[in-house]
Design a binder for this molecule. Structure first.
Ligand code: GLV
Ligand code: MN
Ligand code: MN
Ligand code: MN
Length: 394
């Protein structure tokens, strides 16, 4: 983690901004390759931009561990890289101890887990498993107007080869992702690590409000069709649709872009992104319906128009019960934890036995520079992951 501490540090926003195929993320890929080769692993990049480091020949049914290297804008140091660095550390330890796994072991770094650049989370694992079509993925566009196809080409990939990768998928016999905890679960449980139970259903919706751009000083309020007004009312509707407890319905607007975006300009358009999650699909969908109904009514009141697009959906995930119980037994019964955060493990869980390990975050804050993990807890995470790899690869 110290080796990558300077890569992608965001001086404007604080924290880290590491987005798929940008210079920082490409530097992290180089770090991953060098680090994996240094401990004797063979590195291979798949057709969808995910990087693999193999201990043993790439073969069907391998034990795979890893996470992602990209971040949200201005994110913390641990979300993603901790799972990759811990995987490399666990493998290095097992190799140093002379462990001879019967199954091959691989460390993976999945591409664009956060969807921080192209909007759809877990893009690398979704492409690999066929959960998103290459046609849709390749036309996703970042805020600069660059398509995923163009960014991938520039990074040396062949967009024509993106898509479901049955060879890569069949090589994953078991997947275990270690991740920094993203809430207060482990503070409250008083434990350095936990085993995951599942992931709440969640999705992302874009609401595009259109009105009429005009002059902030000369257009009478009575004459305005200002899309910022229904956008603002939608933010409040999202808060109203959410509950107050950590496991209640969540609804968040974290990104809002007025176009053209001038202090003295009434915007012609406002794009707003809604993130909604709950413990059940129905509750998530009900919140989104309430919020989009409020958005349409507010747009109508202001003489504006709103278009709603579902950009991504991740259904509820329960991790493999047998694997989960096995992990708990081998790790001396750490607490079990559900999560409201999405992970590549959630995408893979539909295809292979999948588990997650969480490492305590003493701030309880994530997707922020305040995200943290103490060295001792990271060490406990590596101990646990090494134990899991040793047992599961027998
Ligand atoms: C990813 O971290 C997400 O759940 O948004
Ligand atoms: Mn994240
Ligand atoms: Mn993550
Ligand atoms: Mn995540």
């Amino acid at each position: 983690m110290a080796e990558i501490a300077a890569i992608g540090a965001d001086r404007t926003r604080g924290g880290y901004s590491r987005h798929v195929f940008d210079p920082a993320e490409r530097e992290l890929r180089e770090w991953f390759t060098t680090s994996a080769e240094r401990i004797g692993l063979d590195v291979d990049v798949d057709r969808n931009g995910n990087i693999w480091a193999w201990w043993g020949a790439p073969a069907d049914g391998a034990v795979v561990t890893g996470s992602h290297l990209d971040s949200v804008p201005g994110g913390g140091a641990f979300d993603g890289p901790l799972g990759v660095a811990s995987a490399l550390a666990a493998v290095r330890r097992l190799r140093g101890e002379g462990c001879q796994p019967r199954k091959s072991i691989a460390v993976v770094a999945f591409a664009e887990e956060e969807g921080g650049r192209f909007g759809v989370p877990c893009l690398g694992s979704r492409l690999l498993t066929g959960a998103i079509s290459p046609e849709r993925a390749l036309t996703l566009t970042d805020t600069d107007g660059t398509t995923f196809a163009d960014a991938a080409t520039k990074a040396g990939f062949d967009p024509g080869r993106f898509g479901k990768d049955d060879v890569a998928l069949s090589r994953i016999g078991t997947f275990v992702e270690l991740h920094v905890e993203q809430g207060r679960g482990l503070i409250d449980a008083g434990s350095p690590i936990a085993v995951g139970t599942g992931i709440d259903p969640h999705g992302r919706w874009r609401l595009s409000f259109t009105g009429r751009g005009d002059h902030a000083g000369t257009a009478a309020v009575a004459d305005r069709n200002d899309p910022m007004i229904p956008a603002a009312r939608t933010v409040l509707a999202a808060r109203a649709a959410a509950g107050h407890g950590p496991r209640d319905t969540r609804a968040t607007v974290g990104k809002l872009v007025p176009v053209p975006g001038g202090t003295n300009v009434i915007p012609a358009r406002v794009d707003l992104w809604l993130d909604s999650r709950a413990t059940a699909t129905e509750a998530t969908r009900e919140a989104v319906t309430a919020i989009t109904d409020a958005a349409r009514a507010a747009a109508n009141d202001e003489g504006c128009h709103v278009e709603v697009t579902e950009e991504s959906w991740s259904g509820p995930v329960s991790f493999d019960a047998r694997l989960r119980d096995r992990l708990r037994t081998m790790l001396n019964e750490p607490p079990l934890l559900p999560t409201g955060a999405g992970h590549d493990a959630g995408v893979l869980a539909a295809h292979v036995p999948t588990a997650m390990l969480y490492v305590r975050n003493p701030t309880g804050i994530s997707h922020s520079p305040a995200e943290h993990a103490e060295d001792d807890d990271c060490e406990a995470g590596v101990d646990a992951l090494a134990e899991v790899l040793r047992e599961v690869s027998l």
